[in-house]
Design a protein around this ligand. Structure first.
Ligand code: FMN
Ligand code: SF4
Length: 524
């Protein structure tokens, strides 16, 4: 024990030095009053999320995603058992606002009995994107689930690569986010190119939108649609800043900005200033690229939406898709007041926007995309019932590739390498194995959606209507979703022609099953 003779005095000396430093500093009263001990508070605060997550939190606590929700994503991504035993531990009886899906005893479909069947089933969108406005490159997205816009810059290159490869494996679209197309987006996954207020990736040296550059990017990459970002649920009407330290040569090249200088995204677009000029720009982009063009926006004041829909009804211009992002959505970094309090949560926001289009007879011509914790099957089903045609999943896809919800995305110290530009931290994320996880997660979500559609007696989740969901008001009352949001009978579903087309598609795609053949006495 000779080492202890030296180690103990050394430790005592170090503690004494620490105590002296705490006593003499003036910045932190706690450390001045409780030398050394006071530091424990800062340590506990910094590891609080992890402590709560692993030791203290119950299954349905923790935000944004509860332990059960994360467990479901992790298990699905790893193709492990994602079932839950003993029955629900959600407080169904007493939770107001809890959605209940109403299954049907008899239905048009006879699903196979094995619950895991259908993992690889195709689940295309029930509308053809860009068809209503005759876009040259209109297409039917192969997957109702897509990966939401999260730029290279907010996510590490390896995370973007994992998501893009995962998108290719799962056959779903991958939105670039507002940072442009990076080398990490070129791993086989097809893209929705997002155009943000700073026009990253399609701007000239002075930061102005550059149409020729956009066309070059579209020609050089598997871009299937363009999304004009008006706002994001977590920080609407707020610009962004990527600090100089994070503007690496690679990010600078991707975004078309100088290396090592603060990179500012303005809060508004320079190319248009109202709905009229927005629609002109949409038509210009569609005509020049042939691609379907849509908008992404959070929902606040409804004036914008009514003006947009009026103009679409009254003039020959229009967006091909509308992505509604909920206020509960994620971000790399934003002020608390914006993440917590600005813009409506998805369900309420979407249920205000959809009727504005429906009242003007435009709902069947627009593809509606939803985002805001819709990568969880129960939320997703409500979104479909309200009229969503496609889901964009952000943080759930991050969870699938290893995010542990440490909530340090904003300070570049993400411990799992997902949301950081720190090369050492990002090194830990293996894009190949995480791509498999992203794909498994997406396929499992699609499979669960298919299973719920079958339980509701329809061939596709897009055919689940607003009568199939009720919202509980507590133990003794509930209201049909249609009534909660005042939906008319045909709202929330695709046109009759689109319904027939998707039923025909699914009838050849989805595995059919049933039990043993009926006995001779059965009445058919
Ligand atoms: C790290 C991170 C970065 C994001 N970057 C963008 C972006 O560049 N553009 C955008 O429109 N939305 C961005 N978002 C928002 C997501 O695309 C999505 O709309 C939102 O998180 C809601 O989906 P979720 O609840 O499935 O995460 C970002 C979200 C996160 C978590
Ligand atoms: S693990 Fe990384 S990506 Fe996930 S919440 Fe934490 S910091 Fe953000």
């Amino acid at each position: 024990m000779r080492w202890a003779r030296h180690a103990v005095p050394a430790a005592v000396a170090a503690l004494a030095a620490l105590a002296a430093r705490d006593l003499l500093q003036r910045e932190h009263a706690l450390r001045r009053n409780f030398p050394v001990l006071g530091r424990a508070r800062y340590l506990l605060e910094s590891i609080g999320p992890e402590l709560r997550q692993y030791i203290v939190a119950g299954n349905n606590e923790e935000r944004p995603f509860t332990r059960d929700q994360r467990r479901w994503v992790y298990a699905s991504a790893k193709q492990e058992n994602n079932y839950f035993g003993f029955g629900t531990d959600n407080d169904i009886e007493y939770t107001a606002g809890y959605p209940i899906i109403k299954h049907r005893t008899f239905g048009r479909t006879v699903p196979p009995s094995i619950p895991t069947m259908g993992h690889d089933v195709r689940l295309p969108v029930a509308k053809v994107l860009g068809a209503a406005r005759g876009r040259a490159r209109a297409f039917r997205p192969e997957s109702v689930v897509s990966i939401s816009g999260m730029s290279f810059g907010s996510l590490s290159g390896r995370a973007v690569e994992a998501l893009n490869r995962g998108a290719a494996l799962a056959g779903c679209l991958h939105n670039t986010g507002e940072g442009g197309v990076s080398p990490y987006h070129r791993n086989g996954g097809e893209l929705i190119l997002q155009i943000g207020t700073a026009y990253f990736g399609c701007r000239d040296d002075r930061g102005r939108f550059d149409l020729a550059r956009l066309k070059d990017v579209v020609a050089a990459n598997p871009v299937r649609a363009l999304e004009i970002k008006l706002s994001q649920g977590a920080k609407p009407s707020l610009g962004g800043l990527l600090p100089a330290a994070k503007v690496s040569a690679e990010i600078a090249e991707t975004r078309g900005i100088p290396v090592g200088r603060d990179c500012v995204s303005p809060s508004r677009h320079a190319e248009f200033s109202d709905c009229d000029s927005l629609l002109d720009w949409v038509e210009l982009l569609a005509a020049e690229t042939g691609l379907p063009v849509g908008i992404k926006s959070a929902v606040g004041d409804l004036g914008f939406w009514t003006e947009l829909a009026d103009l679409m009804r009254d003039t020959d211009r229009g967006v091909d898709f509308v992505s509604v992002d909920g206020g509960e959505g994620g971000t790399g970094a934003a002020p608390m007041i914006f993440t917590d309090s600005v813009s409506l949560p998805f369900q309420q926001g979407f249920a205000r926007v959809y009727p504005i289009f429906a009242e003007r007879g435009l709902h069947e011509q627009v593809v509606f995309v939803g985002a805001g914790k819709l990568g969880l099957p129960d939320n997703a089903v409500v979104a479909f019932a309200l009229g969503c045609d496609m889901l964009a999943v952000g943080r759930e896809a991050m969870l699938a590739i290893g995010c542990i919800q440490a909530q340090k995305c904003h300070d570049d110290s993400c411990p799992t390498g997902v949301a950081t530009q720190n090369a050492w931290l990002a090194r830990g994320l293996d894009p190949t194995s995480k791509a498999d996880r992203a794909a498994h997660y997406i396929k499992t979500l699609r499979r669960d959606l298919m299973k719920v559609a079958e339980a509701c007696g329809v061939e596709h989740p897009g055919l689940i209507d607003a009568d199939s969901v009720e919202i509980l008001g507590g133990r003794t009352s509930s209201t049909p979703l249609r009534e909660v949001y005042g939906y008319q009978p045909d709202w929330g579903l695709p046109s009759a022609a689109d319904q027939k087309a998707i039923v025909d598609l699914m009838s050849t795609e989805a595995p059919q099953g049933g039990s043993a053949p009926p006995s001779r006495t059965a009445r058919r």
